[in-house]
Design a protein around this ligand. Structure first.
Ligand SMILES: CC(=O)N[C@@H]1[C@@H](O)[C@H](O)[C@@H](COP(=O)(O)O)O[C@@H]1O
Length: 307
């Protein structure tokens, strides 16, 4: 089985909406060959609490590997398919609240990682709060400079975190510029030193095959987690869907926000991404498999015992 650290749903369901459809989405991904961490897009704090409470029993019984909060402390300009009305500055009380909610709902430690933009006010205290709760900081949806990303990585490591994640490297951040390296340069340099693990969406839409190949050549599979970022259309066809509260249209397998046209997750399961990485990006099967099993396995650690 492959291990997908970033997955929003399948079969018309967004994880966290309700228990029955969340179970069906997880079962779909299992039937394709992947255990998933359920990702939640930016939403109001009350809504996030409801959603983590819906998912806690699924973590407790091993239906899903854990929960990933993607937002709501994200950069407005790099929000991609996140609801601009839900974005807030980093808020340590929200970390305490959601960590307490999953514990109370029977799944202490259910939150595996949490994506935030490190340039926002209060991000340093937020990252420390994550580490205090055993949640791995994930840097993403960010317009930070390379120096700000480097500082955030050091802060997380100093606070006792395992290597932070870089949420879907390249997507939701400025592209690499040779006179302003930004998050991509900082992430590649740190990953090469084993100080972060980068996610890559290898669905054939988000990142070009030659870029996927280049990242594997530069970093090696031990520093890369292939992820699906699968949204609710996964397992179904083209049509109209929701990502969180936002309307998404899927056409020829590509999901885009109806309003603005941002790409809005993938419609591929992780095994499909793995196959694309081999067939189209030209990776050795062994390397693709390592980035879809052993490397995400390091992030999951003892949580893997549950499945
Ligand atoms: C659930 C989620 O957040 N998914 C992101 C999306 O927000 C972003 O728009 C897209 C492309 O990002 P890009 O235009 O920066 O490459 O990547 C991912 O699909």
């Amino acid at each position: 089985m492959l291990l997908d650290l970033h997955c929003h749903g399948a079969l018309g369901a967004n994880f966290g909406t309700d228990e029955a459809t969340s179970r069906r989405a997880a079962a779909y991904h299992r039937s394709q060959g992947a255990y998933v961490v359920a990702s939640l897009v930016s939403a109001a704090p009350d809504r996030l609490e409801q959603q983590v409470r819906v998912l806690a029993p699924l973590v407790a019984d091993g239906t899903i590997l854990g929960i990933h909060l993607e937002g709501p402390c994200l950069a407005h300009d790099r929000r991609g398919a996140h609801d601009p009305g839900a974005l807030i500055d980093p808020d340590c009380a929200l970390v305490d609240r959601l960590a307490d909610a999953v514990a109370e709902a029977g799944a202490p430690g259910a939150i595996v990682h949490w994506t935030f933009a490190p340039e926002l006010p209060g991000a340093a205290a937020f990252a420390k709060a994550l580490v205090r709760h055993g949640i791995r900081p994930a840097i993403g949806h960010t317009a930070a400079s390379a120096a700000q990303v480097r500082t955030a990585i050091d802060l997380a490591l100093d606070a006792g975190s395992g290597p932070p994640l870089i949420t879907h490297l390249f997507n939701g951040m400025p592209p690499l510029h040779h006179r302003d390296g930004g998050p991509v340069a900082a992430a590649l340099a740190a990953a090469a030193q084993g100080e972060v693990i980068v996610e890559l969406i290898a669905d054939g839409v988000h990142v070009a095959p030659e870029v996927v190949g280049m990242v594997f050549d530069l970093l090696g599979p031990e520093h890369i987690a292939l992820v699906s970022d699968a949204m609710s259309a996964t397992g179904l066809g083209d049509g109209d869907y929701l990502l969180g509260e936002l309307a998404v249209r899927v056409s020829e397998g590509v999901a885009r926000l109806v309003d603005g046209g941002s790409i809005a997750g993938s419609t591929s399961s992780l095994p499909t991404c793995r196959d694309w990485a081999i067939a189209t990006a030209g990776l050795d099967a062994e390397l693709a498999d390592q980035a879809a099993t052993a490397t995400p396995g390091v992030v999951l650690g003892s949580r893997l015992g549950l499945v």
